[in-house]
Design a protein around this ligand. Sequence first.
Ligand code: SAM
Length: 279
Amino acid sequence: MLSLSRRVAFFLLSSFMAVGCATTAASDPNYKPSRGQSGKDVIWIPTPPELVEKMLTMAKVTPQDRVFDLGSGDGIIAITAAQKFKANSVGIEFNPDMAGYARRKVAEAGMQDKVRIITGDIFKEDFSSADVITMYLLPDLNLRLRPTILKMKPGTRVVAHAFDMGEWQADDTATAAGANAFLWIVPAPVQGGWNVTLDGGKTARLNLEQTFQNVGGTMTVDGRTLPLLGARLRGEDLSFQYSGEGQSVSSFKGKVNGDRLSGTLSTDRSSQSLDGRRL
Ligand SMILES: C[S@@+](CC[C@H](N)C(=O)[O-])C[C@H]1O[C@@H](n2cnc3c(N)ncnc32)[C@H](O)[C@@H]1O
């Protein structure tokens, strides 16, 4: 069920939606956008500056990051990411006049070296090099983008103004200027069985069940299958616990890297390295 503020935003964004773009390919140098004007898949309403800052802060944007704003409008998010967070940024905007207008805003801000505005369709352009994605679209557009986003490198941060991503629960939420923002961290794919080797060569079997960033499963060690407790996956960082012999708790903390898993397994008495390979 959409909350009232989300329903209002949904109505505003979708009610003027137009199919196709009414502009010509060349951009008009005198063009000025108007709030609520139609767009290919969603109209233009800018994100308020306070929320832009909140979204980029939630995503922990750093100067090392490349930020992509999908449907970048007048470029406010791309420009703020460069100006205030010192990141490199790219805006993808379908409307050539709007993209031209954003480029003029980028030049006015003196940010040409750090901000690029691409005239293009977010469903066709490649944004796989992003460390951070921002978007202010519509619920169904977020859902259409979700499979592409989930294939991006683990740890990619995604922040959306107003709308969520269905069953993929947000890792964090915030409010500013009376509007909501949602943050997701792209989880590493960990589903399935893993062969685990501990210090000294002892082997074990880890089975992981994954739904987005939520994980659970079992560890089979010394002939006993033990349920994982408090498993947590954030990007490529995986941690879990299981209760072994004599109620002693073993805690794993490590990283997933493709088909490899590595980290440390500790109890209150000892700690050893754990190496895993996907079955
Ligand atoms: C709600 S506005 C958000 C603008 C900006 N991201 C912000 O938060 O201020 C959505 C923008 O997406 C653009 N847009 C709509 N469909 C698009 C598509 N398929 N590809 C690229 N841009 C699109 C619209 O022209 C509009 O400028």
